[in-house]
Design a protein around this ligand. Structure first.
Ligand code: 6PG
Length: 235
């Protein structure tokens, strides 16, 4: 695991944007990239859509999502909507390279449909899709993607995607499962803000009771991009 700590949220997002840019430029093939939702990546996406709009050949990227809330794509809670507004609507990417989770569908059916889409379009190894880049956040409770602390079984699921339920709101979600996330070639956590300091401290100290601590990517590349506030004692 590599940890990178920056002074501000903007510098953290900018460093990750540069990293993603370099990955895409270096690659001589299409990269399959799974994006996280929540609020933190919005700044990263707008930097990519601004500074990197014309520098990146977007034909070399295909976008998927690590999770989606069970809402239509025009709902303010939709991860797709946030990504569309901050990134997709500003860049020249073929529509056929954008694989959104249909949050408007029945959640269980959609988990199955999306698993099939991924299996057909992303290279497979030992029955698991291999994403080139996976972007993740961490919730204050230690969840990542939509794998919550009371649904740890999703970390060992044999499926590609599963239905998840937000423990407080009861909102249904579709999420990639633990084995798929751990299979990613490069996995990036982007975590910013004071509210994350406590959970980051526990996870980086090796506390295993949180879903995010199980994202180990042992043989792969795992990075934590943190701002000073989230890094706390690890700054
Ligand atoms: C989602 C997520 C989720 C998110 C964390 C952190 O759809 O909510 O993908 O795992 O990354 O909850 O969210 P914030 O960036 O909003 O703190």
């Amino acid at each position: 695991m590599k940890k990178k700590v920056f002074d501000t949220k903007r510098k953290t997002a900018a460093a990750l944007a540069e990293e993603i840019y370099r990955r895409i430029v270096k690659s001589d093939r299409l990269l399959n990239i799974a994006l996280s939702g929540g609020s933190t990546p919005a700044l990263l996406f707008s930097i990519l859509a601004g500074d990197y709009r014309d520098k990146i050949d977007w034909n070399k990227a295909a976008f998927y999502w690590v999770d989606e809330r069970s809402v239509p794509p025009d709902d303010d809670q939709s991860n797709y909507k946030m990504t569309f507004e901050t990134l997709l609507s500003h860049i020249d990417i073929p529509e056929s390279h954008v694989f959104r989770i249909h949050g408007e569908n029945n959640t269980e059916d959609e988990a199955e449909r999306y698993s099939e889409v991924i299996q057909k379009t992303v290279p497979m190894e030992n029955n698991l899709p291999v994403f080139d880049i996976i972007l993740l956040g961490i919730g204050d409770d230690g969840h990542t993607a939509s794998i919550f602390p009371d649904q740890m079984d999703l970390l060992n699921s044999e499926k590609v995607c599963e239905k998840a339920v937000h423990p407080e709101s009861g909102q249904e979600r579709v999420t990639l499962t633990g084995p798929v996330i751990n299979k990613g070639i490069s996995v990036y956590f982007l975590v910013c803000g004071k509210s994350k300091a406590e959970i980051i401290n526990k996870i980086l100290n090796g506390d295993r009771e949180y879903p995010a601590s199980y994202i180990q990517s042992e043989s792969r590349e795992l990075y934590y991009f943190l701002d000073k506030e989230a890094a706390g004692d690890f700054a």
